[in-house]
Ligand binder design. Sequence first.
Ligand code: DON
Length: 309
Amino acid sequence: MTSSALQTAVTEIAEEMAAREDRGDVASYIPELGRIDPRQFAISVVTRDGEIACGGDCDTAFSIQSISKVFTLTLALGIAGDRVWNRVGREPSGSPFNSIVQLEREKGIPRNPFINAGAIAVTDLVLAGHQPREAIGEILRFMQFLADDDAIFIDRNVALSENATGFNNRALANFMKGFGVLENEVEHVLGVYFHHCAIAMTCRQLALAGRFLAHNGVRPETGYSVVTPERARRINAIMLTCGHYDGSGEFAYRVGLPGKSGVGGGILAIVPGKASVCVWSPGLDVTGNSHLGRIALELLTSRLGWTVF
Ligand code: DON
């Protein structure tokens, strides 16, 4: 495929998405996200040889929300290795992202690191007895390093908004603390969790940050190894099976790539060996995943023949 063919596909998809009326609903349970204009759309694709194809609002920063969980999992695996899997499983939950029902039956061990309970348990491992601000800084610097962009920031208003309304996450965290799954203070863990969910990035920055997952753990432009090939493969596997909560089967069926969504409307998708892709459209479907983002990825993969299957 020529580089112009990729840019043409991306431009056409951005134009098709801009024309659609069906946009889904923005996530109003975090009041600050409820104010986002749902008419925005962006797509960025970064290929192995460094080509970047962009369409729509790809330099507009948005709240990455649960997409941050891919990167906190990567950090936690670096800190604790396979001990991560004593605290959290790696099976799809089949339940909504904020569900609590399985936690009691499964002794406070969340099904996977991407549902809220699992991500809170992973955040506890990243916190690892440090001050919350140190852990927040470490996560932010990791994102800046991966995207090669120091301008990436945390949207304080989103973090405060989620802190003020995070009753479900407090319930999940306290429940896990009761089972002895969290080591740090609940409010410290949640403080770090709310802040990493509130990282603001553009589609271009997120696609750049995902490169190591597309290329066996290596940032291809520098040859720098972020994680081992085995670890990159495993993170991709969990993205494929759990990255869209109870919409994970549908996403695999329609898009056929590892992906991770966030309620800010972003999706990071990985085309192993080929590209890292980010799409953003703030309106969500009933499973809390970007409505037009998923449709755009389905168009991209079918037009370019990109799939892991
Ligand atoms: O904890 C929450 O509810 C949000 N900070 C993150 C949820 C999320 O992004 C789910 N993704 N689709």
